[in-house]
Ligand binder design. Structure first.
Ligand code: G6P
Length: 468
C-alpha cells in the first residue's frame, strides 16, 4: 500500500473513467514487483471526493481508498507535505504543525489500515510504503495480528534534534513499531530511527534489532535497517539502446544549437532538490566568463508537484524569476542559457535527454535516495557522461565515483561543474563503468527481494542474533 496508486485517474469529456500508468520514483520501483506477485495495491486515486470500486489494471489488482477534499488538504497537502516532508528533509522549509492536520492523518491512516485488513488473506504479507502512512503498521497489527507487516520509508529519517520537534513524535514511532521490518534508504536513517526509539521509549536496540514490549509482558523483535532502493536498470538501458531514442537525443542536441556541453537537471519542482543552487552556480560561471553560452546550456526539467502547497508555489515563482533573469542576461538569439521545462515527460523522452546530457546535475539539499541519478547512469551504455551528485542524497552512499558536491558551497559547486565539463574521456569512462556496475548489481528487483526476504524471515531469526 502507498498513498498514491500506480495509476492516474483521468475523466474523459464523455465522463468515461480512464486509468494511465503513472511515472515517478515509487511507482517505477514497485510496478515490476507487483506484476510478478499475486498482490493487490491499496492507495488513493489522486482525485478527491470519488468513491471507486476495486479494478484490475495491467495485471495488477487495484483497491482505491477515497479522500474527501478536506482530507486532501489536511492529510495530504497539510500533514504529509507541509509537516512531515519539510521536517524529515532537515527543515529546509519550516514545517507547519496543526492539530486538525494530525487528526486527519490519523483518520486517513485508519481508513488505509481498514482497507488492508479487509483485503489481506490469512497470514498475508502487507508492505506499507512511505511517510504518508506511518500509523498503518500499528493499526493493522491491532486488527490483524496474523499478518506479516513491512514498512519502507522512502524519504530521510531525520536526526533526533529535528525529529523531536514533532508534537506527535511518540505516536508516529509507535505506529511504525507495529511493523516487523522497518526499511530505510541509508544506514544513517535507520540509526536516527533507532536512536529516537531509545530516547523516547527506552527500548533496547542491538544492531538492527529493536525489542518492543508487548501487552502480555513479552516482547516482539522489530528489524530496522537500510535497504537502498533502486531502478529497473535493464529496462532503462533497453530504452536507451533503441535507435529512435538515440535519434531523438541527437535531435535534442541540435534543437539546442549544438552546444559543446549540455548540462541537465531533472527534478520534481521541490525545495529539497537544490534547483536554485545549481542555477546560481551556473549563472555565476557565465557571469565570470568561465563558461560561454555558446558552449554550455543547462536544460532543467522541473515536473509540477504539490502545486496547492504554498511553499511549492513560492518556489516556482523564485525559480521562474531566476530562469528569466539568467536568460535575459546571458542568452543570445541562437543560444539559450537555460531551457526550462515545467512538464513531466514520458520515459522515452527522459532517456533521450539523459543520452543528450554531458553532465547530469543532482544537487539536492536532502533526498532519501534520488533515482534520477541512477536512471542517468543506467542509460549511459556508451560509458560517457558525468554525474555530479550531492552528498546529501541517499544515492551518494553508493555512487562514490560521481563528482560529489556540497550544494550549499556555491564556489565548490562551480568548480565541480567545470571539472565535470572538462573531464577527459578516459576518466569519464572509468567512472561511468564503476557507477554502472553498482546500479546494475543493485537494481530494484534486488531491493524488493532483500526487503521481502528479511520480512518473511523476520519471525524465524533466533532471538539475540543480530541481523546480518
Ligand atoms: C516522493 C515520495 C513519494 C511520492 C512522490 C511524489 O518520491 O517519497 O511518496 O509519491 O514523491 O509526490 P506526490 O506528493 O505527488 O505523491
Amino acid at each position: 500500500m502507498s498513498n498514491r496508486l500506480p495509476v492516474d485517474y483521468e475523466e474523459g469529456p464523455d465522463g468515461q473513467i480512464r486509468w494511465k500508468s503513472s511515472p515517478g520514483g515509487l511507482v517505477t520501483a514497485l510496478e515490476p514487483v507487483m506484476r510478478a506477485a499475486d498482490g493487490a495495491w491499496i492507495g488513493w486515486t489522486g482525485v478527491a471526493d470519488r468513491e471507486l470500486d476495486p479494478f484490475e489494471h495491467d495485471g495488477i489488482s487495484i483497491i482505491p481508498v477515497p479522500l474527501s477534499s478536506r482530507e486532501l488538504e489536511e492529510y495530504y497537502e497539510g500533514f504529509s507535505n507541509d509537516t512531515l516532508w519539510p521536517l524529515y528533509h532537515d527543515v529546509i522549509a519550516p514545517p507547519s504543525f496543526h492539530r486538525e492536520w494530525w487528526e486527519a492523518y490519523v483518520r486517513v491512516n485508519r481508513r488505509f489500515a481498514e482497507a488492508a485488513a479487509r483485503a489481506a488473506s490469512d497470514g498475508a504479507v502487507v508492505w506499507v510504503q512511505d511517510y504518508q502512512l506511518q500509523l498503518v503498521p500499528r493499526m493493522l497489527r491491532e486488527s490483524r495480528p496474523d499478518l506479516v507487516i513491512g514498512f519502507f520509508n522512502h524519504i530521510p529519517f531525520p536526526a533526533y534534534g529535528i525529529y523531536s520537534q514533532l508534537p506527535w513524535r511518540r505516536q508516529v514511532l509507535d505506529g511504525l513499531l507495529g511493523a516487523d521490518v522497518i526499511g530505510f534508504q541509508r544506514a544513517a536513517d535507520a540509526g536516527n530511527f533507532s536512536r529516537a526509539v531509545r530516547r523516547l521509549f527506552g527500548y533496547s536496540t542491538r544492531g538492527t534489532v529493536i525489542d518492543v514490549p508487548d501487552a502480555d509482558g513479552g516482547s516482539r523483535r522489530v528489524v530496522a535497517r537500510h535497504f537502498p532502493i533502486s531502478i529497473d536498470a535493464a529496462g532503462f538501458e533497453e530504452i536507451a539502446r533503441r535507435p529512435e531514442v538515440q535519434a531523438r537525443s541527437r535531435e535534442i542536441r541540435e534543437s539546442l544549437g549544438n552546444p559543446e556541453t549540455i548540462m541537465l537537471g531533472v527534478d520534481r519542482l521541490d525545495y529539497t532538490k537544490g534547483i536554485r543552487h545549481r542555477m546560481k552556480a551556473f549563472g555565476e560561471l557565465l557571469r565570470d566568463g568561465r563558461l560561454e553560452v555558446e558552449d554550455a546550456t543547462l536544460v532543467q526539467v522541473a515536473s509540477p508537484s504539490r502545486e496547492r502547497v504554498e511553499t511549492y508555489r513560492q518556489l516556482r515563482d523564485e525559480i521562474e524569476l531566476a530562469v528569466g533573469r539568467l536568460n535575459g542576461d546571458y542568452s543570445t538569439l541562437g543560444h539559450q542559457a537555460i531551457a526550462y521545462l515545467h512538464h513531466g515527460y514520458p520515459r522515452e523522452e527522459m532517456v533521450a535527454l539523459y543520452l543528450a546530457a554531458d553532465v547530469m546535475l543532482v544537487t539536492a539539499l536532502r533526498d532519501g535516495m534520488n533515482l534520477v541519478a541512477k536512471e542517468y547512469v543506467a542509460c549511459r551504455f556508451d560509458e560517457d557522461g558525468v554525474l555530479l551528485l550531492s552528498e546529501f542524497t541517499g544515492a551518494s552512499d553508493e555512487l562514490r565515483q560521481a563528482v560529489l558536491v556540497n550544494p550549499h558551497d556555491i564556489e565548490g559547486l562551480k568548480d565541480a561543474m567545470v571539472e565535470a565539463i572538462r573531464m577527459p574521456r578516459r576518466e569519464r569512462a572509468r567512472r561511468m563503468r564503476a557507477l554502472r556496475k553498482r546500479v546494475r548489481d543493485n537494481d530494484v528487483a534486488n531491493w524488493s527481494r532483500s526487503f521481502l526476504e528479511t520480512l518473511t524471515g523476520a519471525g524465524i531469526i533466533a532471538p539475540g542474533v543480530p541481523d546480518p
